[in-house]
Design a protein around this ligand. Sequence first.
Ligand SMILES: Nc1ccn([C@@H]2O[C@H](COP(=O)(O)O)[C@@H](O)[C@H]2O)c(=O)n1
Length: 289
Amino acid sequence: MIPQLTNSSVCMRDPQRVQEILEAMLKAGSNTVQVISDFDMTLTRFAYNGKRCPTCHNILDNCKLISNDCKEELKELLNTYYPIEIDSSRSIADKLPLMVEWWTKAHELLVQQKIKKDLLAIVVRDSDARLRDGYQLLFDHLYEHKIPLLIFSAGIGDILEEVIRQAGVFHPNVKVISNYMDFDESGVLRAFKGELIHIYNKREGALLNTDHFQELRTRTNVLLLGDSLGDLTMADGVQDMENILKIGFLNDKVDERKQSYLDSYDIVLVKDETLEVPNAIMRYLTGNK
Ligand SMILES: Nc1ccn([C@@H]2O[C@H](COP(=O)(O)O)[C@@H](O)[C@H]2O)c(=O)n1
């Protein structure tokens, strides 16, 4: 039905079920569809030319606004907590407090650096941030077909917005839920706003944004894109959901994590740095237009 679903990167536990969901969504019409996507390592690449690409946090961690001592501390945090984040032998309940600890410590360190708001655009421009191949097509296609795109990220909203703005795809149909920086009157970072969003509390974040989901109450068919098991709860605020198709990017520790991804996502994209499959699915849902 969709030739790209036979790509070597594509794994499905139940291809028949995927076909049924796609047919139901096609029948409902693209005016009932919304896309909910994670950002880091989902819309952005995991690696490029054999080198890891940065997350929103890493863009700041490694920039010239951060002192060398602070860079070292942030790197130590990454080396301590990232292996925990992707450890398939530990439960989410076990990892959750440690993830809160990671985000909290990193944000405290960033706040101490007195980062200036007006330098963020330069920081992003000078970074190795890289959206996945096919991003332009995805963002433009959703915009042309008036399909809402919610980017739900535990990264840093100000950095995320700058990445998509500089890529020329921050269209009016895009809404971002993320951790936003709070600047004082002279434009210096003094805190992070609101409730912390980390990798395992997106359900709570979704339930706090009832207004957004209420506005989209006719969009009862969801295409969800994520790269972690925490991303599966991003659509928990959607009202009267009819169908959901979950696509998961499996970027790291593939052998250890493949089964849990197959059990949770309808389509698993293994070490696939492109948006070829989501783009093919969107083309199918919009009648190949
Ligand atoms: N100090 C930190 C905290 C988190 N990360 C990474 O950010 C990712 C979260 O963003 P999503 O857009 O994927 O929700 C997460 O996977 C962490 O690995 C970081 O790099 N530094």
